[in-house]
Ligand binder design. Sequence first.
Ligand code: MG
Length: 243
Amino acid sequence: MGRRLSAIFFDVDDTLYSTTEFASRARQNAVAAMVKQGLRLPVEVVRRELDEVISEFTSNYPNHFDKLLLRLPQVSWAGTNRALIIAAGIMSYHATKQELKPFPDVLPFFEEVSSKADVPLGIVTHGLEIKQAEKLLLLGVVPYLHPEAVFISDQVGISKPNPKLYSRACARLGLDPSEVMYCGDSPAHDIDPAASLGMITVRVRRDNRFAHQESTTPPTYDITSFDELIPMLREDFELALDA
Ligand SMILES: [Mg+2]
Protein backbone atom coordinates (compact mmCIF):
# COMPACT_ATOMS: atom_id res chain seq x y z
CA MET A 1 0.00 0.00 0.00
CA GLY A 2 1.37 3.40 -0.92
CA ARG A 3 1.65 6.23 1.55
CA ARG A 4 -1.16 8.73 1.55
CA LEU A 5 -0.51 12.05 -0.18
CA SER A 6 -3.08 14.79 0.60
CA ALA A 7 -1.51 17.80 -1.15
CA ILE A 8 1.66 19.08 -2.78
CA PHE A 9 2.87 22.59 -1.95
CA PHE A 10 5.56 24.47 -3.85
CA ASP A 11 8.01 27.26 -3.21
CA VAL A 12 8.06 29.83 -6.06
CA ASP A 13 11.41 31.62 -6.38
CA ASP A 14 14.12 29.47 -7.93
CA THR A 15 11.84 26.42 -7.64
CA LEU A 16 9.27 27.23 -10.35
CA TYR A 17 11.37 29.76 -12.30
CA SER A 18 14.87 31.17 -12.25
CA THR A 19 14.59 34.23 -10.03
CA THR A 20 18.32 34.75 -10.32
CA GLU A 21 18.29 34.84 -14.12
CA PHE A 22 15.13 36.97 -14.28
CA ALA A 23 16.43 39.57 -11.81
CA SER A 24 19.65 39.95 -13.73
CA ARG A 25 17.85 40.41 -17.06
CA ALA A 26 15.32 42.87 -15.63
CA ARG A 27 18.02 44.99 -14.02
CA GLN A 28 20.09 45.04 -17.19
CA ASN A 29 17.08 46.10 -19.29
CA ALA A 30 16.16 48.81 -16.75
CA VAL A 31 19.63 50.28 -16.73
CA ALA A 32 19.86 50.24 -20.53
CA ALA A 33 16.51 52.08 -20.72
CA MET A 34 17.73 54.75 -18.29
CA VAL A 35 20.85 55.33 -20.37
CA LYS A 36 18.74 55.52 -23.53
CA GLN A 37 16.51 58.08 -21.79
CA GLY A 38 19.49 60.38 -21.28
CA LEU A 39 21.51 59.15 -18.31
CA ARG A 40 25.05 59.84 -19.47
CA LEU A 41 27.04 56.98 -17.93
CA PRO A 42 28.20 53.58 -19.17
CA VAL A 43 25.55 50.86 -18.68
CA GLU A 44 28.02 48.76 -16.60
CA VAL A 45 28.62 51.61 -14.16
CA VAL A 46 24.89 52.16 -13.60
CA ARG A 47 24.28 48.40 -13.32
CA ARG A 48 26.95 47.99 -10.64
CA GLU A 49 25.42 50.84 -8.63
CA LEU A 50 21.91 49.36 -9.00
CA ASP A 51 23.12 45.95 -7.77
CA GLU A 52 24.60 47.72 -4.75
CA VAL A 53 21.34 49.59 -4.05
CA ILE A 54 19.37 46.33 -4.17
CA SER A 55 21.78 44.50 -1.90
CA GLU A 56 21.74 47.37 0.61
CA PHE A 57 17.99 48.03 0.57
CA THR A 58 16.78 44.45 -0.30
CA SER A 59 14.89 43.41 -3.40
CA ASN A 60 11.49 44.31 -1.94
CA TYR A 61 12.34 47.97 -1.30
CA PRO A 62 10.00 50.07 -3.49
CA ASN A 63 12.29 52.94 -4.60
CA HIS A 64 15.46 51.41 -6.02
CA PHE A 65 15.69 53.69 -9.03
CA ASP A 66 15.27 56.92 -7.04
CA LYS A 67 18.08 55.80 -4.75
CA LEU A 68 20.17 54.86 -7.74
CA LEU A 69 19.98 58.38 -9.20
CA LEU A 70 20.83 59.93 -5.83
CA ARG A 71 24.06 57.96 -5.86
CA LEU A 72 25.15 58.89 -9.38
CA PRO A 73 26.88 62.20 -10.22
CA GLN A 74 24.26 64.87 -10.79
CA VAL A 75 26.05 65.95 -13.96
CA SER A 76 25.17 62.58 -15.53
CA TRP A 77 21.52 63.52 -15.77
CA ALA A 78 21.77 67.34 -15.80
CA GLY A 79 19.52 69.00 -18.37
CA THR A 80 16.76 66.41 -18.18
CA ASN A 81 14.02 65.75 -15.63
CA ARG A 82 15.26 62.93 -13.38
CA ALA A 83 11.72 61.52 -13.13
CA LEU A 84 11.82 60.61 -16.84
CA ILE A 85 14.98 58.55 -16.31
CA ILE A 86 13.53 56.84 -13.24
CA ALA A 87 10.27 56.11 -15.05
CA ALA A 88 12.15 54.63 -18.03
CA GLY A 89 13.97 52.25 -15.68
CA ILE A 90 10.81 51.21 -13.85
CA MET A 91 8.87 50.68 -17.08
CA SER A 92 11.59 48.52 -18.59
CA TYR A 93 11.89 46.47 -15.39
CA HIS A 94 8.15 45.80 -15.36
CA ALA A 95 8.07 45.05 -19.10
CA THR A 96 10.68 42.33 -18.54
CA LYS A 97 8.25 40.59 -16.17
CA GLN A 98 6.07 39.75 -19.16
CA GLU A 99 8.84 37.38 -20.25
CA LEU A 100 8.72 35.44 -16.96
CA LYS A 101 8.75 31.72 -17.79
CA PRO A 102 8.67 28.66 -15.57
CA PHE A 103 11.47 26.10 -15.75
CA PRO A 104 10.60 23.72 -18.65
CA ASP A 105 9.72 20.82 -16.29
CA VAL A 106 7.16 22.80 -14.24
CA LEU A 107 3.99 23.08 -16.35
CA PRO A 108 4.16 19.49 -17.69
CA PHE A 109 4.39 18.28 -14.08
CA PHE A 110 1.47 20.45 -12.90
CA GLU A 111 -0.55 19.30 -15.91
CA GLU A 112 0.19 15.61 -15.33
CA VAL A 113 -0.55 15.64 -11.61
CA SER A 114 -3.64 17.83 -11.78
CA SER A 115 -5.18 15.87 -14.66
CA LYS A 116 -4.49 12.36 -13.35
CA ALA A 117 -4.32 12.50 -9.57
CA ASP A 118 -6.74 13.78 -6.98
CA VAL A 119 -4.07 15.68 -5.07
CA PRO A 120 -4.52 19.44 -4.67
CA LEU A 121 -1.53 21.62 -5.59
CA GLY A 122 -0.66 24.74 -3.61
CA ILE A 123 1.95 27.40 -2.95
CA VAL A 124 3.81 28.47 0.17
CA THR A 125 6.01 31.41 -0.80
CA HIS A 126 8.03 34.08 0.92
CA GLY A 127 7.53 37.66 -0.27
CA LEU A 128 5.20 40.57 -0.83
CA GLU A 129 1.55 39.79 -1.40
CA ILE A 130 0.88 41.28 -4.85
CA LYS A 131 4.42 40.75 -6.12
CA GLN A 132 4.26 36.99 -5.47
CA ALA A 133 0.69 36.76 -6.82
CA GLU A 134 1.80 38.51 -10.00
CA LYS A 135 4.59 35.93 -10.46
CA LEU A 136 2.07 33.08 -10.16
CA LEU A 137 -0.15 34.64 -12.81
CA LEU A 138 2.76 35.31 -15.17
CA LEU A 139 4.13 31.77 -14.73
CA GLY A 140 0.79 30.29 -15.80
CA VAL A 141 0.46 27.98 -12.77
CA VAL A 142 -2.71 29.46 -11.26
CA PRO A 143 -5.17 27.24 -13.21
CA TYR A 144 -3.54 24.18 -11.62
CA LEU A 145 -3.69 25.43 -8.04
CA HIS A 146 -6.35 24.75 -5.42
CA PRO A 147 -7.96 28.19 -5.06
CA GLU A 148 -7.53 28.22 -1.28
CA ALA A 149 -4.01 26.82 -1.26
CA VAL A 150 -1.92 29.91 -2.01
CA PHE A 151 -0.01 31.14 1.04
CA ILE A 152 2.17 34.24 0.77
CA SER A 153 4.25 35.10 3.84
CA ASP A 154 3.45 38.82 3.75
CA GLN A 155 -0.27 38.07 3.55
CA VAL A 156 -0.24 35.36 6.22
CA GLY A 157 1.94 37.48 8.54
CA ILE A 158 4.48 34.69 9.09
CA SER A 159 7.84 34.57 7.29
CA LYS A 160 10.01 31.71 6.08
CA PRO A 161 11.76 29.90 7.66
CA ASN A 162 9.24 29.89 10.53
CA PRO A 163 7.60 26.42 10.45
CA LYS A 164 4.33 28.10 11.51
CA LEU A 165 3.92 29.31 7.92
CA TYR A 166 3.87 25.68 6.78
CA SER A 167 1.68 24.42 9.61
CA ARG A 168 -0.78 27.25 8.90
CA ALA A 169 -1.01 26.14 5.27
CA CYS A 170 -1.70 22.51 6.25
CA ALA A 171 -4.22 23.52 8.92
CA ARG A 172 -6.14 25.82 6.55
CA LEU A 173 -6.80 22.84 4.29
CA GLY A 174 -7.43 20.52 7.24
CA LEU A 175 -4.45 18.34 6.34
CA ASP A 176 -2.02 16.36 8.46
CA PRO A 177 1.52 17.66 7.68
CA SER A 178 2.82 14.08 7.47
CA GLU A 179 0.64 13.58 4.38
CA VAL A 180 1.64 16.84 2.71
CA MET A 181 4.59 17.27 0.36
CA TYR A 182 6.64 20.45 0.13
CA CYS A 183 8.95 21.17 -2.81
CA GLY A 184 11.58 23.90 -2.58
CA ASP A 185 15.13 24.87 -3.48
CA SER A 186 16.36 26.33 -0.19
CA PRO A 187 17.80 23.91 2.38
CA ALA A 188 17.24 26.29 5.31
CA HIS A 189 14.05 28.09 4.25
CA ASP A 190 12.15 25.25 2.60
CA ILE A 191 13.41 21.81 3.59
CA ASP A 192 14.28 22.22 7.28
CA PRO A 193 11.10 24.00 8.46
CA ALA A 194 8.84 21.63 6.49
CA ALA A 195 10.79 18.60 7.75
CA SER A 196 10.47 19.83 11.34
CA LEU A 197 6.68 19.39 11.02
CA GLY A 198 7.07 15.92 9.57
CA MET A 199 6.11 16.97 6.05
CA ILE A 200 7.34 14.98 3.03
CA THR A 201 10.11 17.17 1.64
CA VAL A 202 11.37 17.48 -1.93
CA ARG A 203 14.62 19.29 -2.46
CA VAL A 204 14.54 20.81 -5.93
CA ARG A 205 18.20 21.27 -6.70
CA ARG A 206 18.34 24.06 -9.26
CA ASP A 207 21.54 25.55 -10.58
CA ASN A 208 21.63 28.43 -8.08
CA ARG A 209 23.38 29.67 -4.94
CA PHE A 210 21.96 26.79 -2.87
CA ALA A 211 23.03 24.02 -5.28
CA HIS A 212 25.81 22.83 -2.99
CA GLN A 213 24.26 23.58 0.41
CA GLU A 214 22.62 20.84 2.43
CA SER A 215 19.64 20.94 4.78
CA THR A 216 20.10 19.85 8.40
CA THR A 217 17.44 17.19 7.90
CA PRO A 218 17.96 15.29 4.64
CA PRO A 219 14.97 15.74 2.30
CA THR A 220 12.67 12.81 1.58
CA TYR A 221 13.40 13.26 -2.14
CA ASP A 222 16.25 15.06 -3.85
CA ILE A 223 15.63 16.00 -7.49
CA THR A 224 16.99 18.37 -10.15
CA SER A 225 13.77 18.47 -12.18
CA PHE A 226 10.09 17.68 -11.51
CA ASP A 227 10.32 15.00 -14.21
CA GLU A 228 12.20 12.90 -11.65
CA LEU A 229 9.35 13.20 -9.16
CA ILE A 230 6.77 11.50 -11.39
CA PRO A 231 8.05 7.90 -10.93
CA MET A 232 8.46 8.53 -7.18
CA LEU A 233 4.85 9.68 -6.88
CA ARG A 234 3.73 6.66 -8.86
CA GLU A 235 5.69 4.11 -6.87
CA ASP A 236 5.57 5.50 -3.33
CA PHE A 237 2.08 7.04 -3.36
CA GLU A 238 0.40 4.98 -6.07
CA LEU A 239 -0.63 7.99 -8.14
CA ALA A 240 -1.72 6.98 -11.63
CA LEU A 241 0.86 9.07 -13.49
CA ASP A 242 2.73 8.40 -16.74
CA ALA A 243 6.49 8.09 -16.55
MG1 MG B 1 13.16 29.51 -3.37
